[in-house]
Structure formats: structure tokens, C-alpha cells
Design a protein around this ligand. Structure first.
Ligand code: SF4
Length: 327
């Protein structure tokens, strides 16, 4: 590991000022960054510790929404009474991620910014455009069982690892950001993440020095919510496929549906195609199968991960049957 200097920020404004130095990075829970530093994949020269900033509150908003401070631990958010009762899909997604110890340490902001778990990204002897732009992608033509089937390109086929971000995508969350000039902006989570294109090393629209201060949820959508995660073992494992679904029905017909997938794309994958195939249709297995076909219409397997396409279809059908019923 390269040597680095360290300081603990005392307020948000001084934190964004401190991180404007060359080679500086924020650190909060450190559950991903420290591993990356030990492997010399991340080599910050200065760390600005933001874990003690007063950004851990979870507050109800006047419009019925919720503001989750960026330093709220994943375990705290998952257990919050408002989250559990009004946004259960978020609580379920959080509890399905990592381990108890990691959820106690990992922050909301850090969860959003965790890096892919593509094994070649962590193997510094392998070509990887995300770690070392221009060095190629070892996963294309390599062992790509866990990789993306939607939204990927010829430069990178890695998946986004977060469960939380998939639920937030189905809930239309916004990310609140503080810039070094102290300006605040909000970005819809679907716009926050970038697809790889020719620059897979640039994963979000964060500007240099910007800090995530909160996640803002609009008032809860109508209907039932569910997060279903399929993985190789029952805990402490990333998703092969996951589905966040929010569906409201009336007398056996679907009024409104929101569907987001995890484990299949470089970002949490909101499926407008599935939603269109569900809206104003009867809540039946035939409808769910049509939605699943629509969701995976553009999916491309790379060999080892071909199974994910059918797995995603089946996971969506099963999740929809749970939240909307099936006849
Ligand atoms: Fe690197 Fe992306 Fe290819 Fe994995 S899939 S080796 S992260 S470029």
C-alpha cells in the first residue's frame, strides 16, 4: 500500500475543501476503499475522513418523503421504522447485502460509490479498462459468469454491485451533492450512474470534489414492494440477478408498476420495457411473462453468463406474482 496522509473532517464544507487537493479522496466506512488501497488499485495520497460528519439523520420530509443522511449506516437505514413500513423494498435490499458487520460500518453514500466486484478489476496482472484505461477487458472472452447482459459495451461488461441502489432506483430516489463551491444539487439516481461507453473508469456524474450528503426519497409509491435477490449462497454474496418491484393493482389489474434489476448491468437497471408491458394489464402470469420478455429483449450473453437472461425473466415473474398476485 502507498503511504498517505489522513485528516478527519469536522464539517461538510471543510471536507469538500480538503478533498480538492490533488490525489485526495473521501473515506467513510472504508469497507471497499481499504481493500482497493491494499491492492494498490486505489492510491490516494490523502484521505479525508467524513464518517463523523453530522450527516447520519433520517428525516421525514413535509411532502411525505424521506431524507437519508449520507453517513447513515446501512444497518441503521434497514432497521429504521419509516423505511421498514413505507419503503420495505429498500429495507429488504439493504438486509440482503454484505454481512451484519459490514452493514454496521458501510455508509449510505459509500454504498452508492462502491466499485464493481469483477475479479479482473481486482487482479492487477489482468487487463482491465476500468482500472487501467486502454488495457483491454479480460472478462470479454474470459470467465464472465457474474457479468452484465444489459447496458454493457465492448470496453467493459462489469455489473454494479449495490443492492441498495437497485431499490433506490425503483423508488425514484435523488442523490444530494455538495460541491467545493458549497453549491448543492440533486441528481436522479438513474442519471447519477453512467454506462461504460468508452470510459468505463468514469462511473458516475460526480464532479471532482463533490460529496454525497443525502439520499432523498419521494413519498412512497402506491402498492406493494419487494426485493428479491438470487445469488450463489444465502448470505454475504453479490446478486447474480435481483429485482426491485413496486406494483399497485386494482381488482386484478395493474395500475402502476416499477421494476429495477440488479446484477445484470453496469448500473441499477430500471426497465421501462417491463413497466410498459405491465401497466393497465391483468395481474396474471401471462402478463408477467410478457414483461419479462420485454425486459430482456436487448440482453446479450457473453458465454458463461448466458443463464442470467432466463434467470432474470424467472426472477421478475416470481417477484411480480408475490407483489401483485397471479391467476
Ligand atoms: Fe475490467 Fe470491466 Fe472488463 Fe471487468 S468487465 S475486466 S471491470 S473492463
Amino acid at each position: 500500500m502507498k503511504s498517505f496522509t489522513y485528516e478527519r473532517a469536522t464539517d461538510a464544507e471543510s471536507a469538500v475543501a480538503a478533498v480538492s487537493k490533488d490525489g485526495a479522496k473521501f473515506i467513510s466506512g472504508g469497507t471497499n476503499l481499504l481493500d482497493l488501497m491494499k491492492l494498490d488499485i486505489e492510491q490516494p495520497s490523502h484521505l479525508v475522513d467524513i464518517s463523523r460528519l453530522p450527516l447520519g439523520d433520517i428525516e421525514e420530509l413535509p411532502d411525505g418523503g424521506l431524507r437519508i443522511g449520507a453517513q447513515a449506516a446501512n444497518s441503521v437505514v434497514a432497521a429504521d421504522a419509516w423505511v421498514r413500513t413505507r419503503y420495505p423494498v429498500l429495507s429488504e435490499a439493504l438486509v440482503s447485502g454484505a454481512s451484519g458487520q459490514l452493514r454496521n460500518k458501510a455508509s449510505t453514500g459509500g454504498n452508492l460509490l462502491q466499485r464493481t466486484r469483477c475479479p479482473y478489476f481486482y487482479d492487477t496482472t489482468a487487463g482491465c479498462n476500468k482500472r487501467d484505461p486502454g488495457s483491454g477487458c479480460s472478462a470479454i472472452g474470459g470467465f464472465n459468469r457474474t457479468h452484465a447482459v444489459l447496458g454493457a459495451g465492448d470496453s467493459c461488461i462489469a455489473t454494479h454491485p449495490s443492492d441498495m441502489a437497485v431499490a433506490l432506483t425503483a423508488l425514484d430516489a435523488e442523490i444530494e451533492l455538495l460541491d467545493a463551491d458549497r453549491s448543492v444539487r440533486r441528481v436522479a439516481i438513474d442519471d447519477f450512474y453512467r454506462l461504460p461507453g468508452d470510459t468505463p473508469h468514469i462511473e458516475t456524474v460526480l464532479r471532482p470534489g463533490e460529496m454525497i450528503t443525502a439520499v432523498v426519497l419521494p413519498s412512497p409509491p402506491p402498492g406493494r414492494q419487494r426485493y428479491r435477490k438470487v445469488r450463489d449462497r444465502a448470505s454475504y454474496e453479490f446478486a447474480l440477478v435481483s429485482v426491485a418491484a413496486v406494483v399497485s393493482t386494482d381488482q386484478g389489474r395493474i395500475d402502476e408498476a416499477r421494476v429495477a434489476f440488479g446484477g445484470v448491468a453496469p448500473k441499477p437497471w430500471r426497465s421501462a420495457e417491463a413497466e410498459a408491458a405491465l401497466t393497465c394489464r391483468p395481474a396474471t402470469m401471462d402478463t408477467y411473462r410478457s414483461a419479462a420478455e420485454a425486459a430482456m429483449r436487448d440482453a446479450v450473453g457473453r458465454g458463461h453468463n448466458d443463464f442470467k437472461i432466463e434467470l432474470a425473466r424467472r426472477t421478475l415473474c416470481r417477484t411480480l406474482a408475490e407483489v401483485a398476485g397471479a391467476s
